[in-house]
Design a protein around this ligand. Sequence first.
Ligand code: HEM
Length: 139
Amino acid sequence: MKASLLLLHIFFAMVWIGGMVFNLLFLHPAMKSIKNDEMKKEVAGKVLRRFFLAVWLSIAVLLLTGLGLWHTYRPDLGTNPLFHIKLFLFSIMVINFIYIYFYLFRKQLFRHIPNFVWINLILGILITSIITYIRFGGS
Ligand code: HEM
């Protein structure tokens, strides 16, 4: 059971972080070659709608599997300050995503979205580094 929870947890961390890497480093630069503004908006809207659905799912799965792992297998993490930092950074990622989705995306302010996705990518990398250091006891 633990292996399945951890697998799901890691898989959806990959979906969210990998999706952000793909969007920022590969898709966004290539989109600049589309000169027609209407077409650019249409493509951006379609790509982001699909990706953001995956992000909502990732948030739900990361939270549920994370809580499951914590309460059943790693109750010791409750007193680990690094784990508290992980949860704090995760909350900022979720709040930032809510802003991206309900304000920038809904109002079609696509130009501003990459800057805020960069913030979440950096936080996601930080979270992954923190949990790795927790596993190896900070060494
Ligand atoms: C973007 C958000 C998150 C990312 C990128 C992430 C990433 C990861 C990764 C890569 C691991 C595997 C570490 C290892 O096996 O060495 C892990 C483990 C873990 N995560 Fe997360 N996580 C996120 C959110 C959360 C949340 C919200 C919770 C709790 C509510 C949580 C609780 C846990 C726990 C308890 C483990 C330890 C499992 C174990 O020791 O076997 N995570 N996380």
